[in-house]
Design a protein around this ligand. Structure first.
Ligand code: ADP
Ligand code: ASP
Ligand code: MG
Length: 920
């Protein structure tokens, strides 16, 4: 098998990237540096054959990578003076992530940054080119699955590095790199073939294979730095960094041994400029291994500690650590500073900008870590260090107690429950021993003090093993009923809230839970350690991004963003959309409220958007991009946007079918706002169900514009009730049309003439009978009656219709209008009688709370009465209450028309925003 050649050789030579030999040893204090090419030996299988080739044929000014001496004939001069490793502040450590070295152009850019860095001594840790480690893992996976396409993937790996080298290097540098690359690829091919035949790869084989990405990128970068004229040594960190495997698929650095090896390495490769491989390390037995995924950050931190460096700079593709993953929260902000603990908590709980273990080594020596963006050098980045003292005190006081949020997906909760656990010592230890035996990683634990249940989160792919282990461990207890269940709740995510200042700030968890409740997110488990640096909640996976957005906006005062779906873009809906369009910018700038209309639907067409409809041309868009209306799809799309935590549906129709959905929407956590009277004046039972649901949840249902359009009628009534006033009677002119008609039914005018005038002025419905019948007023009366606590049906309200009995059956509005003058007499007589007594006629609705009834009828009022003073189509509503007994509380003003009704709806939308946390 093709494996034979490299592996059959017993020893590997690898002195990676050694320094060129000084021309005149005497002129150099480091005498007899011939030892730079000394042989390092690794027994078979302890060190697979990566470095068996020679990087030879260079003159002394070029740089040796993987220089080795196959002949092994160099004699070391034992009298050589040891070069001491100068530790301390003169060293700066830089780490460049995969994206920073993703292309030849980027590698050149990195070299440029390093050359320009003014530090006295530099060590640069480099990741594999972006995607390469994934490709290397894929190679292993494919080979052990006996999938031959690993060959194609390997070719792609070769091609990627070859083309990058061709672009970056020339001459000897290029040919050395390419010959080494080809040799490495040849070796890998042989190994993968063996893995493919065996159908299995040991961990050390895998670790050896995947680490190649870092070897190649380090070689490329150091060659480019050399080309830029800077002297540079390349370090294969497997020669220096020693780690001990732990039981939990992690490794622990052996700092003592690594320190010794570093001293030795440095004495053989003294340099002020070192390029080191990230990620790869060795076991104490010199078996190659890795620091596990994303481990290059950890490599840099370990180096920082070993060198006692001044600073570790982690270069990546974002401006620093954001308050939340910027891919999930577009309003996330860059954090100027983070304490070590905060950075650790953030990264542990999923902020993958930093490997969680990066913190520990540097924290011990107070070495700051700075996260910087290689693509935006003007951004100062995030400094992770010990929290500053009194400096910037005002800044600190203004700072949110919460620094950031992070999430981990793909978790399952395990709940072990039973009365038999209470007070029984050793239960928790038995549970977690069983979990440990299957090697699962417990991410959080929560137990209430009743000890009735213990609940913990593990990665979803480990939960099956965990639950079987627990079931077998507790079989007896389950059978005996001491344990009632071992339940697995799949599809969970963790949302962690991190901030050192939370420890001294009361109310943080209240705000957090409040924000989640307002976004209608159910919390499945909670954990907060007594350090109080972190509050962890477990939520359903599908709620996770919404939860993250909701809590983030609560603490960062970013815009209160509300996704809106508008149903019925007719007169009122259209006016509302235009008002939203005109006011959107002010709301955003001044009040931090971001209202995004995600959908508009009529009965035939609907318009949907994932980011928000451009309201300056919603009418055109509706024509151009409208699709067939589908209520279910509409709601799903408007509410399904996980980037926006809150959704409201605004029903601007007068439709009872649309109103019949409110209960279901509220149950889904969708807020509802409407001027549509149908739900609140419909069947009592449905109304009560709706209100009960609204009261139990944090989901809001506002309907101010159902009575008196934009006038504050419902709000006033609710205010009176909530502050303990007792409503005695509500009486009012609730119909703008009938208000207009009776305000103008004066002198000798015929009633029918006034109706014609009102119709022509657009004050009536197309068929004026809809106004004159009084049903609409009755609906308003029932709404106010129910709001006041009366349990009445619409049919319980006697309504005096102004449509003469014989005309109720008229076929059309025109026919009705033609016939109406015939019936003028009756009303003319009533008006004369009233006038004779100094009264006027007014068409009113009354809620008689004391006698628990309502009525709609034509009544007489004294000429001095406020109801007699109306003009135009004004509404007037008088509240007689215990507090307002002598003089009623009166609300008066225009109570009809698209503009004012839309204004009422808009004000409900803003009320919702403030309930959801917008500043007042
Ligand atoms: P590198 O290859 O440089 O190590 P990573 O992909 O490991 O880069 O980490 C950087 C990425 O981390 C960013 O591109 C960003 O999408 C993601 N990230 C997740 N959470 C955060 C956060 N809170 N702040 C900054 N970046 C984050
Ligand atoms: N290249 C390794 C990985 O992708 C290590 C790193 O980049 O941090 O996991
Ligand atoms: Mg990373």
């Amino acid at each position: 098998m093709a494996f034979a050649s490299p592996i059959s050789s017993s020893y590997y030579l690898h002195n990676l990237c050694s320094k060129p030999l000084p021309r005149d040893p005497n002129s150099n204090p480091r005498k007899n540096l011939t030892k730079l090419n000394k042989i390092r030996t690794f027994p078979l299988l302890h060190r697979p054959p990566i470095c068996s080739s020679q990087w030879e044929g260079r003159d002394s000014s070029t740089f040796n990578i993987f220089s080795s001496v196959a002949s092994a004939d160099i004699v070391l001069d034992e009298t050589v003076e040891k070069v001491q490793l100068p530790k301390g502040d003169t060293w700066s450590i830089h780490k460049f992530g995969g994206t920073c070295v993703g292309t030849s152009e980027r590698i050149r850019n990195v070299a440029d940054i390093i050359v320009k860095d003014g530090s006295e001594r530099k060590l640069v840790v480099v990741s594999a080119m972006s995607k390469v480690t994934d490709m290397m893992y894929a190679l292993i996976f494919k080979a052990q699955s006996r999938d031959d396409s690993y060959i194609t993937t390997l070719d792609a790996v070769l091609e990627k590095h070859k083309s990058t080298a061709l672009d970056l290097l020339d001459g000897d540098g290029l040919s050395s790199f390419l010959s080494q690359l080809h040799q490495d690829i040849g070796n890998l091919k042989a190994m993968l073939r063996a893995i493919c035949i065996a159908g299995h790869a040991t961990e050390s084989f895998s670790d050896f294979v995947v680490g190649h990405g870092e070897l190649w990128s380090a070689q490329l970068l150091s060659s480019v730095i050399q080309k830029n004229g800077l002297d540079c040594n390349c370090m294969d960190t497997r020669d220096v960094l020693v780690v001990n495997p732990t039981s939990s698929n992690q490794v622990d650095p052996d700092f003592l041994e690594s320190g010794k090896r570093l001293e030795k390495w440095y004495s053989e490769n003294p340099s002020n400029m070192i390029v080191a491989t990230g990620f790869i390390v060795s076991t104490p037995q010199n078996i190659p291994t890795t620091l596990k995924r994303d481990g290059s950050d950890f490599s840099a931190a370990i180096m920082g500690a070993l060198f006692r460096a001044r600073q570790v700079t982690i270069w990546t593709d974002v401006d620093g650590v954001y308050s939340a993953d910027p891919r999930k929260v577009s309003e996330a902000v860059i954090l100027k500073t983070l304490s070590y603990q905060e950075a650790w908590e953030m990264s542990y709980f999923g902020a993958n900008v930093l490997h969680p273990r990066t913190i520990i080594p540097v924290m011990k020596y107070d070495i700051p870590i700075v996260i910087r963006n290689i693509f935006n050098l003007s951004a100062p980045g995030t400094m992770i260090c010990r929290p500053a003292g009194s400096e910037d005190e005002i800044d600190q006081r203004l700072e949110s107690p919460v620094k950031g949020f992070a999430t981990i997906d793909n978790l399952a909760l395990v709940n072990v429950e039973g009365t038999g656990m209470v007070g029984v010592p050793g239960t928790a230890s038995a549970i977690f021993n069983a979990v440990k035996d299957v090697g699962a990683n417990v991410i959080m634990i929560s137990q209430a003090s009743s000890e009735h249940s213990v609940c913990f989160a593990v990665p979803e792919n480990e939960v099956k093993a965990v639950s079987s282990a627990l079931e077998s461990r507790f079989r007896q207890a389950l059978d005996a009923g001491r344990l009632s269940q071992i339940a697995v709740i799949p599809n969970c995510s963790i949302l962690a809230t991190v901030g050192q200042k939370m420890a001294s700030t009361p109310g943080v968890s209240a705000s957090l839970f409040n924000a989640l409740a307002k976004a209608n997110i159910n919390i499945r488990a909670i954990a907060q350690g007594c350090s109080e640096y972190n509050i962890t909640v477990v939520v359903k996976r599908e709620d996770c991004i919404r939860a993250l957005r909701a809590v983030h906006s609560r603490f960062y005062l970013s815009r209160t963003t509300i996704a809106m779906g508008i149903i019925g873009p007719g007169l009122i809906g259209g006016a509302l959309l235009d008002q939203l369009r005109d006011q959107a910018a002010v709301l955003k700038e001044k009040f931090n409220i971001d209202l995004r209309v995600m959908g508009i639907t009529g009965s035939r067409t609907m318009l949907l958007s994932d980011v928000g409809i451009d309201l300056s041309k919603w009418r055109d868009l509706q024509v151009e991009k409208g699709e067939t209306a589908d209520m279910q799809k509409f709601v799903q799309r408007v509410h399904g946007n996980h980037f926006i935590p809150n959704t409201v549906i605004v029903d601007c129709t007068a439709d009872s079918y649309v109103a019949s959905h409110y209960h279901d929407w509220l149950r889904q956590g969708i807020h509802v706002i409407t001027p549509n009277k149908k739900a609140n004046s419909g069947p009592l039972e449905q109304y009560l169900k709706l209100r009960a649901l609204q009261r139990q949840s944090y989901t809001h249902y506002f309907y101010e514009a159902t009575v008196g359009a934009g006038l504050p009628i419902i709000k006033t009534l609710q205010g009176l009730l909530e502050t303990g006033d007792k409503i005695l009677r509500i009486e009012g002119i609730f119909s703008g049309t009938l208000s207009y008609i009776f305000n103008n039914f004066v002198g000798t005018r015929a009633f029918s003439d006034v109706v014609v005038e009102a119709k022509e002025a657009g004050y009536t419905e197309p068929d004026p009978r809809d106004d004159l019948s009084g049903t609409d007023v009755a609906r308003k009366v029932i709404i106010l009656a129910r709001e006041s606590g009366l349990k009445l049906e619409l049919s319980d309200i006697p309504v005096q219709s102004l449509v003469p009995e014989p005309l109720k059956a008229s076929a059309s509005a025109e026919e009705f209008m033609q016939q109406l003058p015939k019936f003028d007499q009756d009303l003319a007589k009533q008006r004369q009688d009233a006038e004779a007594a100094g009264d006027v006629l007014r068409y009113v609705g009354v809620v008689d709370v004391v006698n628990q009834k309502g009525i709609v009828e034509l009544r007489r009022y004294k000429k001095e009465h406020p109801f007699a003073q109306l003009s135009g189509s004004d509404n007037i509503i008088a509240f007689m209450t215990q507090r307002y007994e002598k003089q009623p509380l009166i609300v008066r003003g225009p109570g009809a028309g698209a503009e004012v009704t839309a204004g009422g709806v808009f004000s409900d939308i803003l009320r919702l925003a403030s309930y959801l946390g917008a500043p007042s």
